[in-house]
Structures are given as C-alpha cells and as structure tokens.
Design a protein around this ligand. Structure first.
Ligand code: MG
Length: 450
C-alpha cells in the first residue's frame, strides 16, 4: 500500500485520489486510534470538495464512537486554537493549504493543538491498511454539534494586542480562501483601514493561486502602491502563512517576515529560544543576537520544528516560507496572528515598512535545483561530504556548508527526484558564486555515481 501521509497529512486530487470513502476511513481510523471515545474538532477550508469530505470524516468519527464539534469553514490556526480552547482530544483539518483548488487534504491534530507526530500517523495508516477500524454498537454512536471558533479566537488575539494608535492602511489578499473570514476583520478591529483583495470566498481561487509566492503577488504589490497603503498582507490557502509587501510594492521574503515578527513578539523576553530550520536566512541569527537569545536549527518542515518544541520547548518557531509559530499561543503556524504582530510593530515603530525592514541586515539568496534519481541521493550526499570535508559542516538536513561570508545548503528533496541548492551571503556576487560552486559539485557527484 502506498504511503498515505506526506509532510502535511493526506493530500490528493479531490474525488479522484482523496475520495469520500477514504475520508470516511480516515475518520473511522482516527476514532479507533482514540479507543472509540473522546471529542474531536473538525474544521475545513472553502474548497469545492471540503464540505463533502467533512461529511465523510464526521460519519467515520461518529461511527467509531467519537463525539464531533463541527467548526465549519475556518483557517487552520483557528482549528488549532479551538482544540485547546474547547478541550478536545484531537482535531481534523480538511485543507490542501497552498495547493491548486482541485486538491484537498486531511490532517490530524493532537490535544495540544499541534499536528500529529509521525508515529501516530503511522498507527492510523496501519489501521487503514488492515481495515481494522472499529464501528461501535448503535447506542455508542457519537453525537455531533456545531461551535463558533472564530469569534473566541479573534477575541483572544484582540485581548493580547491593543488597538493601534496609528491609522495604517493595509491591503489584505487572502486568495479567495479561508483567511478571508479572519484577517480583514481582525486588522479593522485593531484600528487599520483595510482594503480587501481576493477576500470574497470562492473555492476555485479565481483571484490568484493559493501559494503566496512573489510571482503570485503582483496584483497585491500594485494595489499597495496604487492605494498609497502602508502594508500588504498575503496568506496561503489556509492562512497559516503570511507574506508581506512594503509600501513600495516590494515583497518581503518569509525569512524576513519571521525575523521581524520574532523581534516584535520576543522583545520583552529574556534569552529567548528561536526554533527554525537549516534553510532559514541568517537574518534570524541577527535577531537572536539582538535579543540575547539562541537559534536552534532543525530539519526542513513544520513537523520538525513542532517535534523540537514538544521535546525541548522554545519561544517562537518559523520557516523561510512565512510560517510562524508562537509557542505560548498554539504550536501551529498562525498567519493571522503574524499579520496582527506586523501591524502592531509597524504602528508602534512610527516607521515605514521598508524602513523597518532595513533595520535588519540584508542578505542575498540563490535557490536552485538539479535532477537526481532517488536511488543516488544517499551516495551523492556522502560524496559531497568528502568534497567539502575541509569546511564547517552541518548534517541536520542534507549538507550545510558554512563559509566566513555565507552558507550553502545541499539537500535532497523528500518528494521529488531533485537536489536543492540554497546559497546565502551578504554580497549578491558571493551568493551567486556559492550557488555556482554548489551546483558544480552536485553535478559532478551525480555524474560520477550515475
Ligand atoms: Mg498552509
């Protein structure tokens, strides 16, 4: 049987790979995993298939004896908040995040509001592959009720971030997706003048693709400049990530959003611990130094950051794609709270967004890739280690080579037959040079081993 769970739960094309039958089985398997009792919160995004899959998951959970709290259409961070707020035993989110509209996904959450760890996903997978889910007797079938999670969530954020004094104009682009019900309202309540772009819900995502990459944010950048706005905010499909645009219409990378938000969120904490991955810009080290804190680097991906937090704790977590986790809030990436923190920071600084960004050192990055058959990946990595043996090496995920004036990350993709090559340096020419060096060594190793 193929592996069901990827990095972000089960994903596939709706009604083709991710069918109502599979959604039912996942619900029933989760109930069995929970020993056929307990309360499970279920939320979904606004894709055309999400309600259909919700019905199937809920049928599986209740058939397996769990009670269900239906949260309806909510962004992912609202589900995470609700699990803790309502004291649920687990949660299910139906979303395919940044993937195209024909996809959907099902992901499980623990009672702590974080995604299931790998071992629990494997247990669910085994139950499904052995068709070992249990349906309970008629008198033990679970009940079902609806609850509003959005208002308590927004109220909780408003209780921690006071209304801002400065009247900021903010353009918010939610890709016609789940964030539309949260971020425009929240920023208005914080005292901003909000101009919404792609904030009418439409599960076909007609405004722009759900991935907030710079090429997908051209309309937002134009709107920010045309409206004379102070800031642009963009979410991915389930609003667990945020990318910002400054008043000049320039897109800030996710690294820099993370760095700025960390600076704001941790400003009063003593020696904070920042958890991030080996692929995140060194700008986060500058932030940590300013706060007298420490940076811990994990493998790439949200699950690795959550795993570190579960074992060792931490204050904030983040990735280069604009996903930030506030560990004293929930152990889940929260793009909505990230947007609120950016607004709070911009308002209290009295600066323009570009000026605020310039308070952090600038870095130049190059991100490249090269084809590499899966069967060669381990040997290529070993060969690369030999070639770079004279340097300071980090083997957390792939191979990171640190130079005096930059770094290079050579990492095999977990999902595609490619090797990624990231380079970063303070000087653009040096980043280019390091990327070329990485690609040259990668190609040589692949050629030699083919
Ligand atoms: Mg997402």
């Amino acid at each position: 049987m193929p592996k069901l769970f990827g990095t972000f739960g089960v994903r596939g094309v709706s009604n083709l790979e991710l069918t109502p039958k599979l959604a039912f089985e996942l619900g029933a398997a989760l109930a069995t995993h929970l020993r056929n009792r307990g309360v499970v919160a279920v939320g979904h995004d606004n894709r055309t298939s999400s309600e259909m899959l919700e019905h199937a998951v809920v049928a599986g959970l209740t058939a397996g004896g769990c009670d269900v709290v239906k949260l309806g259409m909510v962004p992912t961070p609202v589900l995470s908040f609700a699990i803790k707020h309502l004291g649920c035993d687990a949660g299910v989110m139906i979303t395919a995040s940044h993937n195209p509209p024909e996809y959907n996904g099902i992901k499980f959450w623990g009672s702590d509001g974080a995604g299931f760890e790998r071992s629990r996903e494997l247990e669910i997978e085994e139950i499904i592959s052995a068709k070992a889910w249990r349906r309970v007797a008629w008198h033990r079938i679970g009940g079902c009720r609806s609850a509003d999670a959005l208002m308590p969530y927004l109220r909780a954020i408003l209780a921690t971030i006071p209304k801002v004094e400065r009247r900021l104009k903010v353009v918010v682009d939610c890709a016609n997706a789940a964030g539309s019900v949260a971020t425009p309202a929240l920023l208005s309540k914080l005292g901003c003048e909000v101009i919404s772009l792609n904030c009418q819900l439409d599960g076909r995502f007609p405004g722009r693709p759900a991935e907030p990459s710079p090429e997908n944010l051209k309309e937002l950048a134009k709107a920010v400049v045309a409206c004379g706005a102070d800031l642009g905010i963009a979410h991915d499909g389930d609003a667990d990530r945020t990318i910002a645009v400054n008043e000049r219409g320039e897109v800030l990378t996710g690294d820099r959003v993370f760095a700025l938000v960390a600076l704001q969120h941790l400003r009063e904490r003593k020696g904070p611990k920042i958890v991030t991955t080996v692929a995140t810009s060194s700008v986060i080290d500058d932030v940590a130094a300013r706060l007298d804190g420490e940076v811990v680097r994990t493998k790439v991906g949200e699950p690795a950051i959550v795993e570190y937090f579960r074992r060792h704790g931490g204050d904030i977590g983040g990735e280069e794609n604009g996903g930030v986790m506030f560990f004293d809030w929930t152990p889940c990436r929260d793009g909505i709270l990230t947007a609120a923190k950016l607004v709070e920071m911009l308002a209290s600084s009295g600066m323009k967004m570009s000026e605020l960004d310039e308070t952090l050192p600038q870095y130049h990055q190059r991100k490249l890739k090269v084809g590499c058959p899966d069967r060669l990946k381990v040997r290529v990595l070993k060969a690369l280690e030999k070639r770079f043996s004279g340097y300071e090496l980090d083997r957390t995920d792939g191979l990171r080579v640190d130079f005096e004036d930059g770094w290079l990350l050579l990492r095999p993709s977990g999902t595609e037959p490619i090797f990624r090559c990231f380079a970063e340096a303070r000087v653009a020419r040096r980043a280019e040079e390091l990327a070329r060096l990485g690609m040259r060594e990668l190609r040589a190793c692949i050629r030699k081993l083919s």
